[in-house]
Design a protein around this ligand. Sequence first.
Ligand code: NAP
Length: 276
Amino acid sequence: MKTKTLVFIGGGNMASAMINGLLEDGADPGHILVAEPDEARREQLAARFGIRTLDDNREAARQADILILAVKPQALKAVALDLAPTLEQNRPLCLSIAAGIRHASLQSWLGTGVPVIRIMPNTPAMLGAGASGLFAPPDIDQGLRELAEHIMRATGIAVWLDDENQMDALTAVSGSGPAYFFLFMEAMENSARSLGLPDKTAHLLVLQTALGAARMAMESPSGLENLRNSVTSPGGTTEKALEVFATGGLTQLVDKALRAARDRSIELSESMGGNE
Ligand SMILES: NC(=O)c1ccc[n+]([C@@H]2O[C@H](COP(=O)([O-])OP(=O)(O)OC[C@H]3O[C@@H](n4cnc5c(N)ncnc54)[C@H](OP(=O)(O)O)[C@@H]3O)[C@@H](O)[C@H]2O)c1
C-alpha cells in the first residue's frame, strides 16, 4: 500500500478528510496526487498536506494505482466518461465515494475492465472517527477489497455490505447520522440553558455527556438497552425523562426519520441514473 500512488479526482471536503486520515496513518505524501480544477484549492492542498496536485484529470489518472472519485455526484458521469479511455490502459482500482451513484452506473461509465468499489463515508472521517460502508460485486478479488478497506480504515471504521441496496440504509444511518446527533445535542443544550445553566457550561456538559455515552457504548460489552437500564434508577430523574421521551413517541419518530432518509437516498439514486 505504501508504494502505491493514490489519485483523488476532486480535492474538496471529503478528499481532504481522507487525505488527512491517510497521512496521519503514515501514508507517504509523495504518493498522493489530487486532480482539482480550482487553483487556489490546489495550492491549499499542496501547502497543507505536502502532496502533489494537478489540474488535468487524465494525466493524474495515468499515474494512479488507486483512483478515488471524489467529485460531487452530479459531476461524476462526465468525469468518469472522460477518464474511461485512460483507465482502460492502466486499470487502477477505482473507489467512488459519490452518494447515490450505483455500482452498475459507475462500471458502465468507467469501462467494464476496471475494478470498481463503491464507498459511503461520513464527515467525522476528517477526525479519523468516520464510519464508511463499502460495496463491491463478487468478482472483485480479496486483495483489492483489502486495499479499499485499508484506505477507509485510515479515516475510521469500515464495514462491508453484501447487498448494494443496503447502501441507502447506511446513508440514512451513518451518512446523515451526525446531523441527528447534532440536533439532539442542540435540543439538550437549549433546554439546559432554559433550566438556568450558563451558555458555556450547558454546551460543555452536553458535548462531554454525548462523548462519554458514546465511549461507554463502544467500550462496554453490554448492549445499549442494558447500559440505559444501568443508569436508570427506579423512581429517579432519568426514569422521569425517559417516560417523557416514550410518551412523545421518540423511538417511532426516529424510525420514521431514518425511513424518510433511506427513501430519499433511493430517490436521489434513481434521479442520478439508477442502474444504467
Ligand atoms: N461531505 C460529506 O459529508 C460526504 C459524505 C459522503 C460522501 N460524500 C461524497 O463525496 C464526494 C465529494 O463531496 P465533497 O463534500 O467533498 O464535495 P466538494 O467539497 O464540493 O468537493 C468536490 C471537489 O471536486 C472538484 N471538482 C468539480 N468538478 C471537477 C472535475 N471535473 N474534475 C476534478 N475535480 C472537480 C470541486 O472543485 P470546484 O469546487 O472548483 O467545483 C471540489 O473541489 C461527493 O460525491 C459526495 O457524495 C461526501
